[in-house]
Write a protein that binds this ligand. Structure first.
Ligand code: GLC
Length: 469
């Protein structure tokens, strides 16, 4: 009963916001310029980290891919359930709020799992497209604090920090809840009740943009240092200026000088398309630090461009009871290696349930990666793309003085050829070999041949660390 009343309150109060918002005082911020050296210093931890955990969690998590007793789908992002069923914000909130029941210690479970998996940072959804915030806000009551009495954003930030990890805020600029968000003006960005008249008449997008800026300001000032801001998303027709993106970025960088940001506030470039690559090379640094191929690994890296692949463990970002298409440990670990061998980061998603608990399959997968990282993390963290073409048997990563051969297909004859002359190679050892015995190396015309034991220490990927001159 209490909850129902709250839902009503949430919805009624937010419709009253625009009147107040129009008179709100606007602050101006200017983006400080940065030398390439300063930028490199700011980006250093992120480039070394290589592996992060993404978390999609919000009202949709409790719905779990089911709407009024019916399965909505078995594949695809169920954080979009409101859009898939075409529900307005009232109907959606009415269905979803009773099912969103965070347990007391959910956040420390997430953070512990991230650390065990070997992740160095966690990015979580402060607000997804449905518009429901996990934070406390003076600008809206459609948020976790008003619904549950808890600032869940604060709990999550504290838990991540307690595990010694960096914190990232995902924030959606699309907002299906705000009564002045105008999808028609927004280059036809997705909207659940598209085609139907807005219940509250014509909309004033500028009011929504003010609200967006005010909420982001709250996020940038209430939770201590924020390491990453992960915008989602803009497209042609609703690029930067539509969200007053330059002002937003200037504010974020003024309030959080060390923050790292993706570039989705301006556009989502397709890393495989030639025009996008050109575009990325000419990217203005103040429009974002890295680009975000989604659910796909680019065939090569891009010189001089930072990028991070985000991916799901099954096919949905937000939790679903119906999606059982879990990726194998082999796929997940080899994806990580493939990405790092091309110079990118891997942001791997979990979708906790409505009570914040993590699906058992996701825990298993993340722990399997963690076990592999225990032995082989040295070939991932602080490494960069290698100058060599990917060999048939696996991938290379490198750091100064060491080339790492990641062997997926163990050679039947026990001989692995690497494109380095014997004069270049000092020693080679298997990371999985506790005693770190030096492997025998022969010199041939094709390069150096490393003699391996008969059996692969790890059927997914075994690493040989080759020390070079
Ligand atoms: C998308 C989707 C979204 C998901 C995100 C992750 O653009 O709209 O549901 O949060 O990508 O990259």
């Amino acid at each position: 009963m209490k909850k129902r009343m709250l839902t009503c309150l949430l919805l009624i109060t937010v419709t009253a916001i625009p009147l107040f918002a129009q008179t709100h005082h606007k602050e101006t911020y200017t983006m400080k310029s940065e030398t390439p050296q300063q930028r490199d210093a700011r980006m250093a931890w992120w480039r070394q980290a290589r592996f992060g955990m993404f978390v999609h969690w919000g009202l949709y998590s409790g719905l779990a891919g089911t709407w009024k007793g019916k399965t909505v789908g078995t594949r695809g992002g169920m954080e979009w359930i409101q859009q898939y069923v075409g529900a307005d914000t009232w109907d959606y909130a009415h269905e979803a709020t009773p099912k969103f029941q965070p347990s007391p210690n959910f956040a420390s479970e997430w953070a512990k799992l991230a650390r065990q998996a070997g992740c160095k940072y966690v990015v979580f959804t402060t607000k997804h497209h449905d518009g429901f915030g996990l934070y406390e806000s003076a600008n809206s009551t459609y948020n976790a604090k008003d619904l549950t009495g808890r600032d869940l954003c604060k709990e999550i930030v504290e838990a991540i920090r307690a595990e010694g990890l960096k914190v990232g805020f995902y924030h959606s600029v699309i907002d299906w809840h705000h009564p002045q968000y105008d999808y028609k003006a927004a280059g036809q960005l997705p909207y659940p009740t598209k085609g139907k008249p807005f219940p509250n008449g014509p909309r004033n997008h500028a009011i929504y943009v003010d609200y967006l800026h005010r909420q982001v300001k709250e996020l940038m000032t209430h939770y201590g240092p924020v390491d990453i801001i992960w915008w989602d998303y803009s497209k042609k027709g609703a690029e930067g200026p539509f969200w007053r993106a330059d002002d937003l970025m200037a504010m974020v960088h003024t309030l959080q000088p060390q923050i790292i940001s993706n570039n989705r506030l301006y556009h989502i470039p397709n890393i495989e398309k030639h025009d996008s690559v050109g575009r990325l090379k000419n990217w203005k640094p103040e429009q974002g630090d890295f680009t975000t191929p989604e659910q796909t690994i680019p065939s090569t890296g891009i010189e001089g461009v930072d990028w991070e692949v985000c991916m799901t463990l099954n096919t949905t970002w937000g939790y679903s009871d119906h999606d059982h298409a879990w990726k194998s440990d082999e796929t997940l670990i080899r994806n990580l290696i493939d990405i790092v061998s091309k110079g990118g980061n891997y942001l791997l998603n979990i979708g906790p349930k409505g009570d914040g608990s993590i699906p058992a399959e996701s825990i298993k997968s993340m722990q399997a990666i963690g076990d592999w990282m225990q032995t082989n993390g040295e070939a991932i963290y602080e490494t960069t793309a290698s100058p060599f073409k990917a060999p048939k048997w696996g991938r290379y990563t490198q750091k100064p003085g060491i080339l790492y051969a990641h062997v997926f297909d163990w050679p039947a004859d026990g001989k692995l050829t690497v494109p380095l002359t014997s004069a270049k190679v000092k020693t080679a050892r298997l990371l999985a070999d506790r005693s770190q015995t030096a492997l025998k190396i022969e010199s041939t015309a094709a390069g150096s041949v490393i003699n391996l034991p008969k059996e692969a220490p790890d059927p997914i990927a075994s690493i040989i660390a080759i020390e070079t001159e």
